[in-house]
Design a protein around this ligand. Structure first.
Ligand code: G6P
Length: 606
């Protein structure tokens, strides 16, 4: 989703702004732009499409300047086009914005009455004119305070001023914003990743704060304009060089990395010597909880769903799950004896963050399961459980999903032992099984060629269905989501037992249907549901685990078998062929696998 960058230096900045924008590309975007200040003039270069195009345009214009801002836009107000691309400039200022200004229509009308004219259809352009208007009668700082108070909605802003060659203003409400400290230069960015090639010294703005980024210092203010101090964090440098290696796509690499990321995560939480799970810094007594509420969006929501099955099965907790964009608007009865768990790869998803904020305001216990440990959600939750899978660049989440499930499974197992729902023998046997997961995941990855051919059929399908029961139901939802995201094929994930209550009417001759039927307690029932769709003409891809009993059915189109592991761990393994299926279907169609159309990696608007 939108990303912003700002650099103030004594050297030219445009090429470095471009580099930082390239780092933000993973978030998903449709247009890009840059503005620099040169001798009291703001020069803008914008384009529809990729940062590469912007880079070529900039070299034609020979864009100079040692103060500048840049932006990658994911359209919300107004279609993707050059004129709607940021920065948006007035006679006085130029603005980049991530977020949505909800009262932009009213503000625009007021500004038009005052004689301001608008070039774009964006909500952002009002900010440029509003700042200009307030600057007429106020100091720069007072103008900013007043403008921020006028804006409803969410924003991370970067603003440069024609008459002010010594600062960039940054401001945050809702959308994330980091500042970076460099040698005689300083930076602004939507995330630390955008700034990592320049610095590992970062501070984060909190909601309502703004800052003046100058060459030699950064001043921070709260919403009333009082000066505040911010903590400077030293980030690790290990992710700076994350690249595709020998792979053509990040997603393909990220799927193949899963055996390694599984091990990395297990190593952080499992003490192999003593055969126990360690969650350090757990700030509460496990016995103080009666319930758990898991909240997330997209793929993260699916990992919450599967955790519900594990926690219900293994612990005494009453477990509920919600989509963050629903949770935040429900009339929740907050409970002191509930643990509210927020699952988010990026740690920046606007709805998930707002749901966490709501919990914080209601003073309940919060836990974040995140990949980005410097993220807003990680910073604000009481307890952070990282998933340790390394940077994920592909917009469609893969290794982070496995990582989220893994941490939730580990947490569930720890709670079940501490609550004495399982004895030491069972606890240690679960840990022992967990240690086999990476090897089995590696074996599952080897079925590539087969899935490539299956993918060709799914790529051409009008629609498809993914069915499962129990642990396999959330995985069916995730498999369908992956196919929609990447191959743009309509796909529905459904509980296999619900088919005859409606969706069976959709089945027609040749429709590809994935049936997830591991040899667990639901196996026989799912196989019956499979027969029902086969009888109506479906082409069934059966995903199951190896077992000595052969499956008796002559009409299965294709079959993929994963290793036989503990039933609770099979969801990890059957996820992998579904990720590959979506990947190969998209590859067949020649789609942009790492950046599917209309989607964003970090969804920072509601
Ligand atoms: C976007 C991404 C998904 C992701 C979801 C939640 O939709 O494309 O892959 O699952 O956001 O993101 P989060 O960072 O909160 O896990």
């Amino acid at each position: 989703m939108c990303g912003i960058v700002g650099i103030i230096s004594s050297k030219e900045v445009s090429s470095r702004i471009i580099n930082s924008l390239k780092k933000l590309e993973y978030r998903g975007y449709d247009s890009a732009g840059i503005a620099t200040l040169v001798n009291g003039n703001i020069n803008e270069v914008k384009c529809e499409g990729r940062v590469d195009v912007l880079e070529q345009d900039i070299s034609k214009f020979n864009l100079k300047g040692d103060i500048g801002i840049g932006h990658v836009r994911w359209a919300t107000h107004g279609k993707p086009s050059k004129v709607n691309a940021h920065p948006h400039s007035s006679d006085e200022v130029s603005v980049v914005h991530n977020g949505i200004i909800e009262n932009s229509t009213i503000l625009k009308k007021l500004l038009e009455k005052k004689g301001y004219t608008f070039k774009s259809q964006t909500d952002t352009e009002v900010i440029a004119h509003l700042v200009t208007d307030y600057l007429k009668k106020n100091s720069l700082k007072d103008a900013i305070i007043k403008v921020l108070k006028k804006l409803h909605g969410s924003f991370a802003l970067g603003i440069i001023f024609k008459k002010q060659n010594n600062l960039i203003v940054g401001a945050r409400r809702g959308s994330p914003l980091a500042v970076g400290y460099g040698p005689n230069e300083n930076y602004l960015g939507s995330d630390s990743y955008a700034l990592k090639s320049m610095t590992n010294k970062i501070s984060y703005l909190d909601d309502g704060e703004f800052c003046f980024v100058k060459k030699d210092q950064i001043e921070f203010f709260n919403s009333d304009g009082s000066k505040i101090n911010k903590k400077v964090m030293n980030l690790s440098k290990d992710e700076v060089n994350y690249d595709k290696g020998d792979y053509k796509y990040f997603m393909e690499k990220e799927i193949d990395e899963q055996p390694t990321t599984i091990n990395a995560c297990i190593n952080e939480y499992v003490d192999k010597l003593n055969n126990q799970i360690n969650i350090y810094n757990f700030p509460w007594k496990i016995s103080s909880f009666k319930s758990a509420m898991l909240i997330g969006c997209g793929t993260a929501f699916h990992s919450c769903l599967i955790a519900k099955y594990w926690m219900e099965q293994n612990t005494n907790l009453e477990v509920s799950v919600d989509i963050a964009s629903e949770f935040r608007y429900r009339k929740i009865k907050f409970k002191k004896d509930c643990i509210y768990i927020f699952v988010s790869q990026s740690g920046e998803t606007a709805d998930t963050y707002a749901a966490l904020d709501l919990c914080k305001k209601n003073k309940v216990k919060t836990c974040a399961v995140v990949n980005v440990i410097e993220s807003s959600i990680a910073r604000d939750a009481d307890l952070v459980l990282p998933i340790y899978c390394g940077q994920e660049i592909g917009v469609a989440s893969t290794k982070a999903f496995i990582g989220q499930m893994l941490v939730l499974y580990i947490l569930s197992t720890k709670i079940s032992f501490d609550q004495k729902c399982i004895d030491r023998k069972e606890y240690q046997s679960k840990i022992k099984n967990l240690l086999c997961l990476s090897t089995s995941a590696k074996k599952t990855l080897k079925q590539d060629q087969k899935i490539l051919n299956i993918g060709k059929v799914f790529a051409e399908a009008k629609g498809s269905m993914f069915l499962g029961r129990g642990f396999s139901f959330p995985i069916a939802l995730e498999g369908a989501l992956k196919l929609k995201e990447l191959a743009y094929v309509h796909a529905e994930g459904y509980p296999a037992g619900e088919m005859k209550h409606g969706p069976l009417a959709l089945i027609e001759e040749g429709m590809p249907v994935v049936v997830l039927a591991p040899r667990d307690e639901h196996y026989k029932k799912t196989i019956s549901n499979m027969q029902e769709v086969i009888a109506r003409g479906a082409k069934v891809l059966l995903i199951t685990n190896k077992n000595k009993d052969e499956i008796i059915s002559e009409n299965i189109w294709e079959k993929i078998e994963v290793d036989q592991l503990d039933d609770e761990l099979i969801p990890f393994l059957i996820t992998i062929p579904l990720q590959k299926l979506a990947f190969y279907s998209a590859l067949e169609k020649g789609y942009d696998i790492d950046k599917p159309r209309n989607l964003a990696k970090s969804v920072t608007v509601e």
